[in-house]
Design a binder for this molecule. Structure first.
Ligand code: ADP
Ligand code: MG
Length: 256
């Protein structure tokens, strides 16, 4: 596994793919993200953990501008994220997102789910988009399901289609927000294995998960969030064996 220096400063250009500087966000009176500074290197796998309500999903959603921020800057591969418009659509497509609830288009086939964004946003020709979709569906192990509708698939299969759909946009970074939390237990591993493989292939990933086995084996860095702040971050072996903050110790004692 590659070593990533979690203490290094962000350098423009270079190998910093996702850079958040002093990001703040409120929902009314709730200060949901507080002074978030976060730099993610190309190829790095960051697992985000923390109690419910600590801001993990909001952090993911701000990284691709599903949520606006009140202050601070977010850059993807050196480019600041605009608030709206065509540029936003293009840059947002650089950030693949996989949600807890698979969010597939129910009235489109599996194949159409994976070609739609390629055709509409990336302006790919239909035949090219389908060829790529079939390759990706094979890669995540659901190639034989291409002509079915999402409801005909198991949860684990649907989530793998969602991953293929995100990958079809050639994202620079993939965000996963509790991708296995809605799955029956026997389907969790088939999704985690696809994510493991993606990590091994060098994809830059931000993964919110309660799957500590995945964190231990795939993460370069674990971020622990509480009350809208990044309270602690460390390599997984360090974090799980010797958490520093009381909040992290308390959290780990409840889940491990
Ligand atoms: P986590 O993913 O860590 O459970 P979230 O980012 O979903 O946390 O939420 C952080 C806090 O922000 C919670 O208190 C939640 O209720 C609140 N929140 C999230 N989304 C909204 C919203 N759209 N409007 C108001 N409050 C929200
Ligand atoms: Mg959440």
């Amino acid at each position: 596994m590659s070593e990533v220096d979690v203490t290094k400063d962000s350098a423009p250009g270079g190998d910093d793919l996702v850079v958040l500087e002093n990001v703040n966000k409120h929902f009314g009176a709730l200060h949901v993200l507080q002074d978030i500074d976060l730099t993610i290197a190309r190829g790095e796998v960051v697992v985000v953990i923390g109690p419910s309500g600590s801001g993990k999903s909001t952090l993911c959603r701000t990284i691709n501008r599903l949520e606006t921020v009140d202050s601070g800057t977010i850059r993807i591969d050196g480019e600041p994220l605009p608030a709206e418009g065509r540029e936003l659509a293009r840059l947002r497509a650089d950030v693949g997102m996989v949600f807890q609830s698979f969010n597939l288009f129910a009235h489109k086939t599996v194949l159409e789910n994976v070609t739609l964004g390629q055709i509409k946003v990336r302006k790919a020709a239909k035949a090219k988009a389908e060829e790529k979709a079939r390759q990706l569906l094979d890669r995540v192990g659901v190639g034989s399901q291409a002509d079915k509708y999402p409801a005909q698939l198991s949860g684990g299969q649907q989530q793998r289609v969602a991953i293929a759909r995100a990958l079809a946009m050639d994202p620079k970074v993939m965000l996963f927000d509790e991708p296995t939390s809605a799955l029956d237990p026997e389907m969790i591993n088939e999704v985690l294995e696809v994510m493991q493989q993606l990590a091994r292939d060098g994809m830059t990933m931000v993964v919110v998960t309660h799957e500590m086995g995945f964190a231990r084996s795939a993460a370069n860095r674990v971020l622990f969030m509480a009350d809208g702040r990044i309270v602690e971050q460390a390599r997984p072996d360090q974090f799980f064996t010797a958490p520093k903050s009381d909040r992290a110790k308390d959290f780990l004692s409840k889940i491990l």
